[in-house]
Design a protein around this ligand. Structure first.
Ligand code: UGA
Length: 440
């Protein structure tokens, strides 16, 4: 058992705190937002994430987990501090906004009066860990006894608990060999399962994270560019992805063509990496990431153009049901969601848009109060001339199109995720349109 703290209670922090507590560690988690802390102490997870609510409730009940806003308490109670605050895109540039990281370290440092290990998990520009290590030693009462490790996080939303408890790999960047021992103790359960444990330097650990996300984003834009080529040439992107995916050097995962990637990570991470590489004089080598972003953006425009092509070029007053709002299924995260960006573009083009999502509508209502959100799927599609499928929830995959025939005004669907069963929709009398493969 290690005494841990988790700083920052967003997606990463709450999941890490609850998972570490469930493994038997004593965890105190801190956030600067008192409302958030009060609700977490009441056992309420502020976002949708499978398994997390149960895990949080039992961790609180076991006494292994508590939440606070008090830096002094955190510094006194924990020996290893996990830094889990956000690094969103800066308002005025593509670089990461480091204010939360810098603020957290500046708040914690004066309270560090005994030896401690700070383990950074936030996604940061390369060079950050070395800078923070120096800052901590210069500004903490315990000075040289404050060590820093960089321990990037690879969890996916929707699988956050499983990814934290059973990660593909654990990476730590350290400068003091004894810090490896402390982190091996924290992650002992995963290590016993055979999870690869990679010990390296700060810069490599920082870069592993952004390299992984950039690779995934590149894979998605690669297949999406080919989806356009398939459309132009009359080929089938799903069969193409299956065929190249059999090559184990390529792999099938993350080759699903469609409306592209969104969320709080991939879009901002490729921008931040390009910005950082440019600072280091490597802008040209990383220019491809700008293109990855452009291809991704074009997916959204493509769907709007498709919608227009089905309605004679003019969307004014056309009722369109948008199926999905979250950036991916099993999440209520709508940050940079392709679905919502398309919904907004359709509204801007004059369409009468109805947005449906099984989980995310409360968040949509809060952030985009002007969008017309409808909770019942049947009500959402009622009277619609066009359906556009944008987030691949099971509920949509399992839809019975024949059952919709009596409520819709038109039987056309654009499948922006290339996931719906062609025969099922055609047999029910629908026209189905995909991004990169023949429809009807
Ligand atoms: C991503 C990474 O996958 C995680 O490993 C990483 O830890 C996380 O970012 C992070 O940096 O915190 P996440 O943002 O949860 O995780 O979402 P992904 O599962 O990567 O999906 C990203 C987007 O790509 C989604 O919009 C998804 O719909 C889209 N996608 C994914 C595709 O369009 N095609 C695919 O084949 C796969």
């Amino acid at each position: 058992m290690t005494r841990l703290s988790v700083i920052g209670t967003g997606y990463l922090g709450v999941t890490h705190a609850a998972c570490m507590a469930s493994l038997g560690h004593q965890v105190i988690a801190l956030d600067v937002d008192p409302e958030k802390i009060a609700s977490l102490n009441d056992g309420v997870v502020p976002f949708h994430e499978p398994e997390l609510q149960e895990l949080l409730s039992s961790a609180l009940a076991s006494g292994n987990l508590e939440f606070t806003t008090d830096w002094a308490v955190v510094a006194a109670q924990a020996d290893v501090h996990f830094l889990c605050v956000g690094t969103p895109k800066s308002k005025d540039s593509d670089a990461a906004d480091m204010s939360q990281v810098n603020g957290a370290i500046a708040s914690l440092a004066p309270h560090l009066t005994k030896p401690a290990l700070i383990a950074g998990k936030s996604t940061v520009p390369v060079g950050t860990a070395a800078r923070l290590a120096e800052y901590l030693q210069a500004n903490s009462p315990a000075g040289a006894e404050i060590h820093l490790a960089w321990n990037p996080e690879f969890l996916r939303e929707g699988f956050a608990v499983q990814d934290t408890l059973h990660p593909d790999r654990i990476v730590i960047g350290i400068t003091n060999p004894e810090d490896e021992k402390a982190l091996r103790e924290v992650y002992d359960a995963s290590i016993q399962e055979g999870t690869p444990f990679i010990t390296t330097d700060y810069a490599t650990a920082e870069l592993v994270k952004v390299a992984a996300n950039s690779f995934l984003a590149t894979k998605i834009s690669f297949i999406n560019a080919f989806a356009d080529l398939c459309d132009a040439a009359g080929a089938d992107i799903t069969q193409l992805a299956d065929a190249i995916g059999h090559d184990t050097r390529i792999g099938r995962r993350f080759l699903n063509a469609g409306v592209g990637f969104g969320g709080g990570c991939l879009p901002k991470d490729i921008k931040a990496l390009h910005a950082r590489a440019t600072e280091l004089g490597l802008g040209e080598q990383f220019e491809f990431l700008a293109n990855v972003g452009r291809v991704n953006q074009m997916r959204r425009e493509l769907v709007v153009e498709r919608a227009k092509s089905f309605t004679g070029g003019d969307l004014t007053g056309v009722r369109i049901a948008v199926l999905g709002a979250a950036f991916k299924p099993d999440s209520d995260d709508i940050r940079d969601s392709p679905a919502l960006s398309i919904a907004q573009a359709l509204v801007d083009a004059g369409a009468d848009v109805v947005v449906h999502d099984p989980i995310a509508l409360n968040v949509v209502r809060r952030v985009h109060p002007h969008l017309n959100c409808v909770d019942s799927l049947t009500d959402a599609v009622s009277g619609a001339t066009l359906l556009i499928h944008l987030t691949e929830w099971n509920e949509y995959r399992e839809l019975d199109p024949a059952a919709l025939n009596s409520v819709v005004a038109g039987r056309t669907i654009i499948d922006g995720r290339n996931m719906l069963d062609r025969d099922k929709w055609i047999n029910a009398g629908w026209a189905i349109n995909y991004l990169g493969k023949p429809g009807s």
